[in-house]
Design a protein around this ligand. Sequence first.
Ligand code: PLP
Length: 393
Amino acid sequence: MNIFTKAVHAGDRRKGRSAQIPSTTPIYLSSTYLADDAEQLDRLLGDEEPGFSYARYNNPTNAALEDLITSLEGGAGTLACSSGMMALQVALMAGLTDRRRHVLAANIMYGATMKMLHSIFEPFGVETTWIDICNLDAVRLALDEHKPGCLLMETICNPLMRVGPLDEIAKLCRERNVCLIVDSTFATPLLVRPLELGANIVVHSATKYLAGHGDVLGGLVTADADNIDVVRALARTSGPQLGPFESYLTMRGIKTFPLRMERQCQNACRVAAWLAQHPKVEKVYYAADPQHPDVAAIQRLFASNLRGAILSFAVKDAQKSDILALMDRLKLIVKGTSLGDVHTLVLYPLIASHRDLAPRQRQRMGIGDNLLRLSVGIESADDIIADLDQALS
Ligand SMILES: *Cc1c(COP(=O)(O)O)cnc(C)c1O
């Protein structure tokens, strides 16, 4: 055989080679998968037999991650996507398929999510009505007035850590056949499992706690039996899938995610308590605060020791320049536009997550120019507090 032919064929695709099963799912980079014969190929391509044929339809590394997430979240299946935003887009498109093109959306959410509804969905004729999801009566009224196809909310709202009564909202949505989509990035399946509470689709930015090490961009859509087929069909046609390398890293990250998250929640509790008594801190926003405005929902939805690992705090009498200087004084805490990593991260919503909003809109949302957000990592809480202490003084 010619060397050109051998270079392409030798080594690969030998039957009987894979008698041993790898203990950890490897990274499958192949874009195409062979069948035993043409008849099986016909069934695989027609989706009549489970298996692999083409990477846009499925990939063994992604399939392993997807099974893992489905087992963590519940639901009927998961799609691994190239980013959290892509996962949200797929979830919204699936939720609006065969439903009224109207979204009821929480009026405090991740900045890019609000922008996506404005700048991508609205031009395609999808109207959004913004509501306060912490006010159950307002949610009920809006559902009956606007008759939306979907309701979109986050389990814990960024950056003021408001928590809507997810269980009660799910009940209202079920009664009206409204597809409830929950971005549960901040809560993770360790804290809250929205599908078990009646949500239809759960979305995660895997970039955050699940992958956890600041080295992956990825998203996940987990859907119930009524919605998973639409999610899969959308993916087969448009190809939003996560790459297998990122799937592998995400799966590797998830093996330690519950351990990390537990520690991060513990640390966040200590940091929040320390900040609350600091003379330069005006207010701390954290879900373990007994004075929290959503305390009833929080107590129903969260275990008492797992209230999340993100908190925000307002610095007394601070302008933008003071906040920037404070950030520059931090030595250990990383200034980064993300959250959920093993290291503690600080973010200034004014210049980062909520930068694209008009000042008036930020004000309406209660996001002051003196507000900082901390994503607490797995370091020693004493070291995190010491760094904040020297930066605040
Ligand atoms: C980061 C984030 C997203 C977007 O995820 P990407 O992976 O950055 O695309 C969506 N929702 C929330 C709550 C997030 O924190």
